[in-house]
Design a protein around this ligand. Structure first.
Ligand code: NAD
Ligand code: DAU
Length: 333
C-alpha cells in the first residue's frame, strides 16, 4: 500500500511514519510537508537516510502538486495543519489557509482520483465541558469550537463529511485528545515545561492551572489511526482517547517530581483568551469496532519516557526553544 502522509515532519505525523515502519514495514510512505516552523527534518532522519520514506517539501494548498501526489498513492493520512491555539489567537490566517483551504484541496484530489482518505482531527472541535460535568465527548456531540484553531479544524471536518455524503469519497475521520511524547514542538505545554526545567526555568501555568486535558501518548494515537485505516468503517468518525484526564497543575506537579524539583516551583501567568476549560473523550465506539487499546495506561511512566527523550535530544529542540520563548515573551505568557 502506498501511503501519503501530510504534515509528516511535524510531531504526530513523524511519529506515525516511525511507528508505521515498525508495525507495517510493507507500506510505502511519502511525506508531504511545507516545513513550517513546526516541522523538523531530524524527526524523520532515521527513515529518510535509509530511503524508507520519501519527503516532498510542499504545501497541501498547492493543487497541482497535491493532484500528482494523490494520483500516485492509495491512501492519504492527513495530519498537516497549523496546530497551536496561541498562534491562532495571534495570527489566524495561516490556520484558514492550511487547515481549511489545504483540506479542501486534498478533498478535491481525492474525489478526482477515487483514493482513500483518513482525516486527523481534534477533540477541540466540540468546544469545552464544565469541570464538574460528568459528560464526555462522543461522536454525537455537536461541534462548538472556541478558538480560530479549533474553528478551522471543525470546518475541515465538516468539509470531509460533506465530501463523503455528497460525492461518496472513501474517508474516515478521527478526533483525538491531547497528545504527548517525543518530538513535540517546544511551544506546547508539556515540552515547554520539560525543556524549561532542563534550562533552570520555572514552569508557567496559564490562569488558575485548573483547566483539564485528556492526555494520550502519541504512539497510542497513531496505533488507533492504523486500526481505523484497517478496521474502521468508511464514512465514519471515531473519537480517540485513553482516559487520561488531568488538570494542568497536576501535570506540572508530576513533571516537577519526576525532574527532582520542589512541588511549588512554578509560576502562574496571564490566562489564554477564551481558554477552554475541559476536554474529555469517550472512545467506546473505537474500542468496540476495532481491536485498539491504549498501551500507555500509566501517564507517569509516559511522562518519564518523554522527559528522557528531551534530556537526550537537546540539539533537536535548542533553536526552536529560543524562537518559541521569544513569541511567548511578546504574548506576555
Ligand atoms: P505539528 O504542528 O507538530 O505538525 C504539523 C505539520 O504540518 C508540520 O510539520 C507543518 O510543517 C505541516 N504543515 C502545516 N501546514 C501545512 C501545509 N499547508 N502544507 C503542508 N504541510 C503543512 O502538529 P501535530 O501536533 O503533529 O498535529 C498534527 C495533526 O493532528 C493536526 O491536524 C492536529 O490538528 C491534529 N491533532 C493534534 C493533537 C495534539 O495534541 N497535538 C491532538 C489531536 C489532533
Ligand atoms: O485537544 C487536542 C489539542 O491539544 C490539539 O488539537 C492541539 O493541536 C494541541 O496543541 C492541544 O491544544 P491545547 O491548547 O490543549 O494544548 P497546549 O499544549 O497549547 O496547552 C495545554 C494546556 O496547557 C492548555 O490548558 C493551556 C495550558 N498551558 C499551555 C502552555 C503552552 C499552560 O498552562 N502553560 C503553557 O505554557
Amino acid at each position: 500500500m502506498r501511503v501519503l502522509v501530510t504534515g509528516g515532519a511535524g510531531f504526530i505525523g513523524s511519529n506515525f511514519a516511525l511507528r508505521a515502519r515498525e508495525r507495517r514495514p510493507e507500506w510505502q510512505l511519502t511525506v508531504i510537508d511545507a516545513m513550517t516552523y513546526a516541522a523538523n527534518r531530524a524527526s524523520l532522519e532515521p527513515v529518510l537516510t535509509t530511503g524508507e520514506v520519501a519527503l516532498v517539501e510542499g504545501n497541501i494548498a498547492d493543487a497541482a502538486l497535491v493532484d500528482g501526489l494523490v494520483a500516485d498513492h492509495d491512501v492519504v493520512v492527513h495530519f498537516a495543519a497549523e496546530s497551536h491555539n496561541d498562534n491562532s489567537l495571534d495570527s489566524p490566517w495561516p490556520f484558514v489557509e492550511s487547515n481549511v483551504v489545504g483540506t479542501f484541496t486534498l478533498l478535491e484530489a481525492i474525489r478526482r482520483h477515487g483514493k482513500r482518505l483518513h482525516h486527523i482531527s481534534t477533540d477541540e472541535v466540540y468546544g469545552d465541558l464544565e469541570l464538574d460535568d460528568p459528560a464526555r465527548f462522543t461522536e454525537q456531540t455537536p461541534v462548538n469550537p472556541s478558538s480560530p484553531y479549533s474553528a478551522t479544524k471543525a470546518s475541515a471536518d465538516l468539509l470531509v463529511r460533506a465530501w463523503i455524503r455528497s460525492f461518496g469519497i472513501e474517508a474516515t475521520v478521527s478526533n483525538c485528545s491531547n497528545n504527548y511524547g517525543p518530538r513535540q514542538h517546544v511551544e506546547k505545554f508539556i515540552p515547554r515545561q520539560i525543556t524549561g526545567i532542563l534550562q533552570g526555568v520555572r514552569p508557567k501555568l496559564y490562569g488558575s492551572g485548573l483547566n483539564v486535558r485528556d492526555w494520550i501518548h502519541v504512539d497510542d494515537h497513531n496505533d488507533a489511526v492504523i486500526a481505523i485505516l484497517e478496521q474502521g468503517r468508511l464514512g465514519e468518525t471515531y473519537l480517540i482517547g485513553a482516559d487520561g484526564e488531568r488538570n494542568n497543575l497536576e501535570i506540572v506537579r508530576m513533571l516537577l517530581e519526576l525532574m527532582g524539583k520542589p512541588a511549588d516551583w512554578f509560576d502562574h501567568v496571564d490566562d489564554r483568551p477564551g481558554h477552554d476549560l475541559r476536554y474529555a473523550i469517550d472512545s467506546t465506539k473505537l474500542r468496540r469496532e476495532t481491536d485498539w487499546q491504549p498501551r500507555y495506561g500509566d501517564l507517569h511512566a509516559g511522562l518519564a519516557q518523554t522527559i528522557d527523550w528531551y534530556r537526550t535530544n537537546e540539539s533537536w529542540w535548542r533553536e526552536a526553544k529560543v524562537a518559541a520563548e521569544r513569541t511567548y515573551e511578546r504574548l506576555g505568557r
